[in-house]
Ligand binder design. Sequence first.
Ligand SMILES: Nc1ncnc2c1ncn2[C@@H]1O[C@H](COP(=O)(O)OP(=O)(O)OP(=O)(O)O)[C@@H](O)[C@H]1O
Ligand SMILES: [Mg+2]
Length: 367
Amino acid sequence: MVSSTRNDGFVVFEHVQKSYDGESLVVKDLNLAISKGEFLTMLGPSGSGKTTCLMMLAGFETATHGEIRLDGRPINSVPPHKRGIGMVFQNYALFPHMTVGENLSFPLEVRGIGKADREQKIRRALDMVQMGAFANRRPAQLSGGQQQRIALARALVFDPKLVLMDEPLGALDKQLREHMQFEIKHLHETLGITVVYVTHDQGEALTMSDRIAVFNDGRIQQLAPPSDLYERPQNSFVAGFIGENNKLPGTVEEIAEGRALVRLATGELIDATPVNVSRQGQKTLVSIRPERVEFKPEMLPPNAHLIDAEVMEFIYMGDIFRTRLKVAGSEEFVIKSRNTLGQRMLEPGEKIRIGWAPQDARALDPL
Ligand SMILES: Nc1ncnc2c1ncn2[C@@H]1O[C@H](COP(=O)(O)OP(=O)(O)OP(=O)(O)O)[C@@H](O)[C@H]1O
Ligand SMILES: [Mg+2]
């Protein structure tokens, strides 16, 4: 039995690099350890290297440098079908000339599994995705969502310990996508499988994942559980990519003991939490989430920072109000507030005072 001598994760990328052309690196020194049973999502903009990482793990691409391990074993030279990994892609990639049953049978045949066993496994996998009645249909006779379920069943049919999914729901409409997110999450929980999931949809990543690796430019910018990523982004890229953020440019005037004093472009001084700035004189972007800004200063703690603002636009969105303001020279400052009893609607041109708690203002790199 091969047991992991290095107790460092079920899937490990160690100093992995990838270049397609021998010059530019599309994956730059990737270090990532994924635990058994974890749902890990790679999230990032187009071209950031997510699919490349998944393809290296699946064995369809080779790493230019570094080592990839699965269950303690280096797999760099193990062919894809011997890695025991299930895969689901965006375009389903079902074999069009085969029935659903034959599509599911294929990965079992490749693995030399006998007929009786195959039939039992196919039935179980189809039931798992509630497609038991569709074994004799061809892919063209199924809806997009049904095809995606079959693709999922095919990835799971041979009991893989690891399943890779690359934008599996990208082609589905919003409602079906949300339903399938729930189903995939449910399967992950009931089967106890490890999932590496790729998406560029942040909502999908936040709702499904145990941890999210935010990719940009071939590097992981931050690896953290969803709430951490949203509440404590470690740099301006992550702050801007996950959710919405108000950004006020300024210069670090003083920095000490978890507190930075930032002079904004307009001359105003504000308190912020230093995140990735460390010295006086550094340029910074102070980022504040729209839902952390308050119209009613009496609702804020005594050390809150208050600032003048002018209403530019007020949008009624039903459950919330979205107010765009001019604050410290920026006309793109947004507040999201809940539509609560007695909350009045604001008029463009109105001058108001707004505020936030200093810990909700985070001093980040200027990008
Ligand atoms: N087979 C290939 N040959 C050459 N370059 C490639 C190849 N596949 C990907 N690339 C390049 O590598 C970079 C990373 O691509 P990758 O497909 O990993 O990005 P991604 O994060 O999955 O993007 P998307 O969200 O658009 O799917 C891109 O610049 C892309 O053009
Ligand atoms: Mg991709």
